[in-house]
Design a protein around this ligand. Structure first.
Ligand SMILES: Cc1ncc(COP(=O)(O)O)c(C=O)c1O
Length: 374
């Protein structure tokens, strides 16, 4: 790899992370249930204005725990955004729950709230909302539907640490909310995640399932009444995540500043559009995504991707619709529906390097390289 390589994402790890990690190490408490797990659970949940937090090994198992804690079972249906990574669908499929996909809306790239109601059936038990690329979903219509049809909300805020909807933090809307601390996320512990809730019973269930279904209150006598998992996060990882959490405002601001700079540098280029920031939203721009309108731009997404790669600049395509996922096609879920907005995003979108470490001169180089294609 040449040393002028710009990765699409890179964690920012410094003195505070090192100090807290070594503190956890020196304490001898390296597995789960340590002081940094507790600090992270308490402080991250209050940051999101939620009562309970439970650290977990990653954002995917966080979603699985949500499914188990809400007692969703085979035959139940859950509304999901069609345009998304596979994670939420996996969490449902682990339990045989049917994902019912709804197309995205232009602009925010999130689930189109106007299309949800027509997909609700007597089997629908929950709506899974995912705040994609840092932009919160339009929550009021979703909350109204959840109330009207008595549905749970599973809120996947893996990409939206610090994002806000009408001044309220992403992660504060779900009956159960989940975050990822994977290394490309706004705050990270390498691998990791957290589940939040305001409901004491749901919290208990999350702790129960994540701890191999050991009795929460009863004796630890190695008898188990349900199928459990080891989905715990170590104290070492929690120490890193906690150090990152202490700097969350700075890390969020860095993403927003990067997005602003990209917009300024690319504003004159026809055919490149960015994710919106709606009036209700604080978009934390986890990643700066762009959509290429090839007729206007004169080049396609794939050409841009190749051109940047040849110039040692890494990008990633945006997600692929659930309707196109080979793994989901093996099931009978997706009938003959079409998802035109998801298709546009999947076929024409990519995200540019967006690590909080990115310098202005990196962004200049990236945007100048893009301009060479015109
Ligand atoms: C929206 C979303 N949900 C869930 C996940 C899963 O998180 P993890 O990779 O920590 O399992 C991710 C990221 O990977 C994600 O982007």
């Amino acid at each position: 790899m040449k040393n002028d390589f710009i990765p699409v994402a890179e964690p920012v790890l410094g003195a505070i992370e090192r100090e807290l990690l070594l503190d956890a190490f020196d304490s001898g408490w390296i597995s789960a249930g340590g002081t940094y797990n507790k600090k992270l659970e308490e402080d991250f949940s209050s940051y999101c204005d939620m009562d309970y937090g439970s650290t977990v090994s990653n954002g995917t198992v966080a979603l699985h725990l949500a499914v188990r804690a809400l007692d969703l079972v085979s035959g139940d249906e859950v509304i999901v955004p069609n345009f998304n990574g596979i994670y939420g669908a996996y969490a449902l499929l682990y339990e045989g729950v049917t994902p019912v996909p709804v197309d995205a809306e232009y602009g925010t790239w999130n689930i189109d709230t106007q299309l949800i109601e027509e997909r609700i059936t007597p089997k629908t038990k929950a709506i899974m909302v995912v705040h994609l690329y840092g932009h919160p979903c339009n929550m009021n219509p979703i909350l109204e539907l959840a109330k009207k049809y008595n549905l749970y909300i599973i809120e996947d805020a893996a990409e939206a640490h610090g994002a806000e909807y009408n001044g309220r933090k992403a992660g504060s809307f779900g009956d159960i909310s989940t975050f990822s601390f994977f290394s490309n996320k706004i705050i990270t512990s390498g691998e990791g995640g957290i589940v939040l809730t305001n409901d004491a019973e749901i919290y208990k269930k999350v702790e129960y399932f994540k701890n191999q279904c050991f009795h929460v209150d009863g004796p630890r006598n190695f008898t188990h009444e349900d199928i459990g998992y080891n989905y715990r996060l170590t104290n070492l990882q929690s120490a890193i995540a906690y150090a990152q959490f202490l700097q969350i405002d700075k890390l969020v601001d860095a993403r927003i500043a990067i997005n602003k700079k990209y917009r300024e540098m690319l504003q004159d280029i026809e055919g490149i559009s960015f994710q919106d920031e709606r009036e209700y939203a604080k978009n934390v721009f986890w990643m700066t995504g762009i959509i290429i309108d090839s007729k206007k731009a004169g080049f396609t997404r794939n050409q841009l991707e190749d051109h940047l790669a040849r110039n040692n600049i890494q990008t990633r395509r945006l997600f692929v619709g659930m309707d196109r996922q080979p793994v989901l096609k093996k099931y009978d879920y997706f009938f003959e529906e079409s998802f035109p907005v998801s298709d546009i995003l999947a076929d024409n979108g990519l995200y540019l390097p967006t690590s909080s470490l990115l310098t202005d001169s990196n962004i200049n180089r990236i945007t100048e390289t893009i301009k060479q294609l015109i």
